[in-house]
Structure formats: structure tokens, C-alpha cells
Design a protein around this ligand. Structure first.
Ligand SMILES: Nc1ncnc2c1ncn2[C@@H]1O[C@H](COP(=O)(O)OP(=O)(O)OP(=O)(O)O)[C@@H](O)[C@H]1O
Length: 201
């Protein structure tokens, strides 16, 4: 099993900007050091295969993805209930797993967070991305019953003491720059501590 120096486990509501923030962090930390891993990626691939669908179209922000979202969520929940580490194990053994910083961009349930905390003690930072509802609407979010009130959206609303909370109401927001900058510094700090520890071994 590859063990990175830092694992950032992200969660947040739809259109809060999880992808935007993880992309930003990856640019700042460096693509050579940092991988973005999506728990939903193998879910979509396997769901597409099982249901004869177009995998590429499930990945983008199209209506196609929205049409299948509800059923796909249920299918994934059933898989995760049977084996909570099923998707996490797939993404952490694939491309990018050799890098020292992993960013899991879409944790949804307590079992997702628990998987990383249990398997990588001392390496995990939990990060919550937040955005005001009106901002999420401007980004295209429409409340969808069965999706936005499901466990996959609300499972982490309570019960996790997030290590970092990022408020992402827009790129002109100075607090966004500050919180991203602080997180980058923390990650670099963990990386250099790990490097020093390895050199002393
Ligand atoms: N700070 C920001 N400045 C400008 N645009 C942003 C910002 N944050 C997010 N966006 C834009 O808002 C849209 C939604 O963001 P993003 O895809 O990152 O959200 P998400 O939380 O990953 O959504 P989902 O859960 O639906 O996949 C994207 O078009 C993204 O570029």
C-alpha cells in the first residue's frame, strides 16, 4: 500500500466549488506532488458499464449526468453499504497514488471520512467547502428532491469536526485567498516534516 504524506479529504454541497478549490490547490502545491482523486470516478465508470451508458458524458456537467444522478447515487450507496472502502481502495491504488499529497475531492458519508482516518492515521486533514445558497444557484445548482436531501448530500452536514473550512463565495473574495494560502502552507509544512523524518531514518 502506498502511503502519502498528506491526505486532504474534501466535502461540500453541490456547486460549493470542491472541484474549483482542489484544482486551485493542485496548481499551488504542484501537480508533480499532488493528485486529485474522485470517489465518484470509479462509481460512474462501473455504473456506466453496468447500465450501458456513455461514461464520458456522465463525467461532465451535462443534463445527461443530471438525468442519471438519482439512480446512480442509490447504486453507489448500495455498493458502499456492502463495502465502505470499495471506491476508496480503487482510487488510492490507481494513477496519482505515487504522489505525496492526495486530495479526495468528494467525500459524502461518514464511512468515507472514517476510511481515511482509520487507514492513514495522522495523515488526514478534513476540509469542508462552503458557499452561500444564492451563489450555488448562480453556479447552476437547482434543489432536486431525492438528491439534495439524500444522505449523499447531507451525510457530512453534522458529526465531523472539519480541520479546515473554506468559504468559497467567489474568486474576488479575500477570505478565499487567505484560507487557500493557509492550507497550502499547512500542506507544505507536513511535506517538509515528512521529508525530514525520512532523512533521519
Ligand atoms: N471561487 C470561484 N470563482 C469562480 N468560479 C467558481 C468558484 N468556485 C466555483 N466556481 C465555478 O462554479 C461552478 C461549480 O463549481 P465546482 O464544479 O467546483 O463545484 P462542485 O462542488 O465540485 O460541484 P458538484 O458537486 O456539483 O460537482 C464551476 O463552473 C466553477 O468553475
Amino acid at each position: 500500500m502506498t502511503v502519502p504524506s498528506v491526505i486532504l479529504v474534501f466535502s461540500g454541497k453541490r456547486k460549493s466549488g470542491k472541484d474549483f478549490i482542489t484544482d486551485l490547490l493542485q496548481d499551488r502545491i504542484g501537480k508533480d506532488k499532488c493528485a486529485i482523486m474522485r470517489l465518484s470516478a470509479p462509481l460512474k465508470k462501473q455504473y456506466a458499464i453496468d447500465h450501458g451508458l456513455d461514461y464520458e458524458r456522465l463525467l461532465d456537467a451535462s443534463d445527461y449526468k443530471e438525468r442519471f444522478r438519482g439512480d446512480m447515487i442509490k447504486w453507489g450507496e448500495d455498493k458502499r453499504t456492502a463495502d465502505p472502502g470499495f471506491f476508496a481502495r480503487i482510487i488510492t491504488s490507481g494513477p496519482g497514488s505515487e504522489k505525496s499529497v492526495w486530495m479526495i475531492s468528494d467525500a459524502r458519508r461518514h464511512t468515507d471520512v472514517a476510511y481515511f482516518l482509520d487507514n492513514y492515521p495522522g495523515k488526514v486533514m478534513t476540509v469542508r467547502v462552503k458557499a452561500d445558497e444564492n451563489i450555488r444557484v448562480k453556479r447552476g445548482w437547482v434543489f432536486t428532491p431525492g438528491v439534495d436531501d439524500a444522505e449523499s448530500e447531507c451525510g457530512l452536514d453534522t458529526g465531523v469536526n472539519f480541520d479546515v473550512v473554506i468559504t468559497n463565495n467567489g474568486s474576488g473574495d479575500a477570505s478565499l485567498d487567505t484560507s487557500v494560502g493557509n492550507l497550502v502552507q499547512q500542506v507544505l509544512g507536513w511535506l517538509s516534516r515528512d521529508l525530514t523524518a525520512q532523512q533521519q531514518m
